[in-house]
Ligand binder design. Structure first.
Ligand SMILES: Nc1ncnc2c1ncn2[C@@H]1O[C@H](COP(=O)(O)OP(=O)(O)O)[C@@H](O)[C@H]1O
Ligand SMILES: [Mg+2]
Length: 379
């Protein structure tokens, strides 16, 4: 009897044991699975970290190699151009970094013991070797605490080629009433401001495009409603499209008179300025109820023809008028734009050169390499 009770108690105990075990087993299993998952994630994270480190190391190595390659490349170029220190060490500048600043332009930075003037001297050679156009060479200001001899040089370069021909289109017209546009350079459209640079030489060899540029400027002047006077001893044959709107002079005698009249006009304007106590065309034209003075531009093609005429009196008259105009017509809105093959003393005598060129005349030099004036074929 006692034994039977004990036995059934044992059975119940065993059953309870199994029930409890079954219940906790599920829990243990869940815990175990959970641990496995955590471990798996941890391993995955470690693997990713490892891969990241590897990639970083590879990239760093690639960068180092690229830098070394770039360094070698520039080193080679500097040696070719002999851009190096003067001493026995012959140290070339070394490449530091570069940065894109637009689609076509970047800044390349060098550490250099070579003086800045040397960089300027070798600019063209460098352009040739690098096959890039150097827009700017800058030397970074030195930090007061920096005692090293080397300086940071920054080259702004462009690989973009200027187009061979930029046909003039009236969209190129400058909105400023006093600016005529002459062409396109690496920094965009280039204009000439008649208020700042009243008189201009356009210099270039035969066939370089002087007449073409004059035509382009005449066309713009007419749109801007300037009065245009043209002196061309090739009897105006290159300018036939303007003959109805422009006073063209192609005889010495009429040209001489025209220039004399323009000197008289200048004097008349200066007197009017004095009377109204103003000193610029802009201020004069702003006076209410006054007859405004129009800007007058005198274009002279082949200035040498005019200055070297055999008739001595004629030549000296031309010279006097041009000299007077360049000297005094600046403020009154009368401008000279003169094309010439040479800007030298047989064409422009000492006085115009010394008194006027430096202060009053600026010079556009047309060469096939450095400029790209608009092409004008008449619209
Ligand atoms: N900006 C230009 N782009 C393309 N062709 C040009 C340009 N300027 C001039 N030309 C061409 O070059 C030739 C010579 O130009 P021209 O103006 O007569 O030169 P110049 O007066 O200096 O002797 C012309 O046939 C002209 O069509
Ligand atoms: Mg010409």
């Amino acid at each position: 009897m006692y034994l039977r009770q004990l036995f059934s108690l044992l059975i119940v105990g065993v059953i309870i044991y199994f029930i409890v075990r079954l219940a906790t087993r599920k829990k243990r299993e869940a815990k175990y699975l959970n641990r496995l998952e955590v471990e798996r994630l941890e391993n995955e994270r470690k693997l990713l970290e490892y891969q990241d480190r590897q990639r970083e190391r590879r990239e760093l190595e690639e960068e180092r190699q690229a830098l070394a390659q770039k360094g070698n490349y520039f080193n080679f170029i500097f040696q070719q151009c002999r851009l190096m220190t003067n001493d026995t060490e012959k140290q070339t500048p070394y490449y530091v970094a570069e940065q894109e600043i637009s689609r076509d332009e970047k800044i390349i930075v060098f550490s250099s013991l070579v003086p800045l003037s040397e960089w300027y001297d070798k600019k063209e050679l460098l352009e040739e070797y690098l096959e890039l156009k150097i827009i700017k060479i800058e030397q970074e200001k030195k930090n007061m605490t920096d005692t090293s001899l080397s300086r940071t040089i920054k080259l702004t370069v462009t690989s973009g080629e200027l187009p061979n021909m930029i046909e003039w289109h009236d969209d190129y017209l400058n909105k400023n009433a006093n600016i005529l546009n002459i062409g396109v350079g690496y920094r965009g459209i280039i204009g000439m401001n008649l208020e700042i640079y009243p008189h201009t030489f356009i210099a270039g060899t035969s066939g370089s495009g002087k007449t073409n540029l004059l035509k382009c400027l005449i066309h713009q002047s007419l749109i801007k409603n300037y009065d245009v006077v043209l002196i061309d001893f090739k009897r105006g044959v290159s300018f036939t499209e303007f003959e109805n709107q422009v006073k063209i002079y192609y005889e010495y005698e009429t040209a001489r008179n025209a220039l004399k009249e323009l000197v008289a006009e200048t004097i008349k304007r200066l007197d009017a300025f004095r009377e109204h106590r103003v000193d610029t065309l802009r201020k004069y034209n702003a006076i209410p109820n006054i007859t405004k003075f129009k800007r007058i531009i005198i274009f002279i093609d082949e200035l040498a023809e005019l200055m070297t005429v055999n008739d001595k009196k004629m030549a000296s008259d031309f010279y006097d008028s041009i000299e007077t105009l360049t000297r005094i017509s600046r403020a009154v809105g009368i401008n000279l734009i003169m094309a010439t093959q040479r800007v030298d003393s047989t064409i422009i005598s000492g006085q115009i050169k010394s008194n006027v060129i430096l202060t009053q005349i600026w010079c556009i030099v047309i060469t096939s390499l450095r400029s790209n004036p608009f092409s004008f074929s008449g619209l």
